[in-house]
Design a binder for this molecule. Structure first.
Ligand code: F6P
Length: 322
């Protein structure tokens, strides 16, 4: 193996740059050149690639975003578009491809892998932490910390004014981010798409907290909740109770910022494991974190397996809110 290509695809997140650095430097240690593909699948189809070396990844481990840029590329679902990507890789004599992506991008990777004989390994990333086959996707830890820091500030004003705040976090249609954030900031309530929302029960819980002497309340709302977005839920709460809730939507700050130490280390581990997998002759595999260890699993698990929201964390969030 002489030359591998690397790309980052889909919504960006902190942790991509440490992983890119790890891939480039691990490959160099093995005498392999890394070609960086710009702008994810789109750049691969449009043949935008540049060689990378040890210096081109210097100092990037502490940077948010991705030095390779990223994009969403729905056209990659079409076989002829993937064929163009495969032809570009062949033309540059690429011996293996590493794809850092979420479940959509990794589905594209699976489909490309079925279409070509090129060895291909996936690396999971997304602040939603919803990639199947792995307990952890890069970016999640940093996003949790970013949201917690923001909500700690919201708590200050909520307490001063004895108010109820609804804080909406990302997660697409899964509640992993909301749940972990709610636990870490001691929220009085958490609404996730996996559990049907009962506004009456939520109001009763907020009342219990108030009766127990709490002066402020925070409810963390996952985007994609069945009861609507945070503004719609606030309106429903106001209609059912004496509350006059305030709403804060955290938005894209959750996708940016310097990666946490945990995401830097995990990015390093995933990057090295992916290069090692190519060297071992593996293909169509996902580098995964399972039971605290870095392992290889079938790539298709990334988008075929649905991860369960940890029931024990839901229970803990409820107990600690009292
Ligand atoms: O998957 C990451 C994520 O930030 C989700 O939490 C969010 O729903 C989505 O991407 C937004 O994607 P885009 O920036 O493409 O609209």
């Amino acid at each position: 193996m002489k030359r591998i290509a690397l790309l980052t695809s889909g919504g960006d997140c902190p942790g991509l740059n440490p992983c890119i650095r790890s891939v480039v430097r691990t490959a160099l240690c093995e005498g392999i050149e890394t070609i960086g593909v710009q702008r994810g699948w789109r750049g691969l189809v449009e043949n935008e690639m540049e060689p990378m070396d040890a210096r081109s990844v210097a100092g990037i481990a502490k940077l948010g975003g991705t030095v390779l840029r990223s994009s969403r590329c729905p056209e990659f679902r079409q076989a002829e578009v993937r064929e163009q990507a495969a032809a570009n890789l062949r033309e540059r004599e690429i011996d293996g491809l590493l794809v850092i992506g979420g479940n959509g991008s990794l589905q594209g990777a699976s489909e490309l892998s079925l279409q070509t004989s090129l060895p291909l390994i996936g690396i999971p990333k997304t602040i939603d932490n919803d990639v199947g086959g792995t307990d952890y996707a890069l970016g999640f830890d940093t996003a949790v910390n970013t949201a917690v820091e923001a909500i700690d500030k919201i708590r200050d004003t909520a307490t001063s004014h004895e108010r109820l705040f609804l804080v909406e976090v990302m997660g697409r249609n899964r509640g992993f981010l909301a749940l972990e954030v709610a636990l870490a900031c001691g929220a009085e309530g958490v609404l996730v798409p996996e559990v049907p929302t009962d506004i009456g029960a939520l109001c009763a819980q907020l009342e219990r907290c108030r009766d127990a002497g709490k002066v402020s309340s925070i409810v963390v709302v996952a985007e994609g909740d069945d009861a609507g977005n945070a503004y719609e839920i606030a309106r429903k709460i106001a209609d059912e109770s004496g509350y006059d809730p305030r709403v804060s939507v955290l938005g894209y700050i959750q996708r940016g910022g310097a990666p946490s130490a945990a995401d830097r280390v995990q990015g390093g581990l995933f990057g090295k494991a992916a290069v090692d997998a190519l060297l071992a002759g593996e293909t169509s595999k996902l580098v995964a974190k399972r039971d605290g260890e870095t392992k290889l699993v079938e790539l298709e698990l990334a988008w075929k397996e649905t991860r369960e929201l940890p029931g024990n964390l839901m229970e803990l969030a409820r107990i600690l809110a009292s």
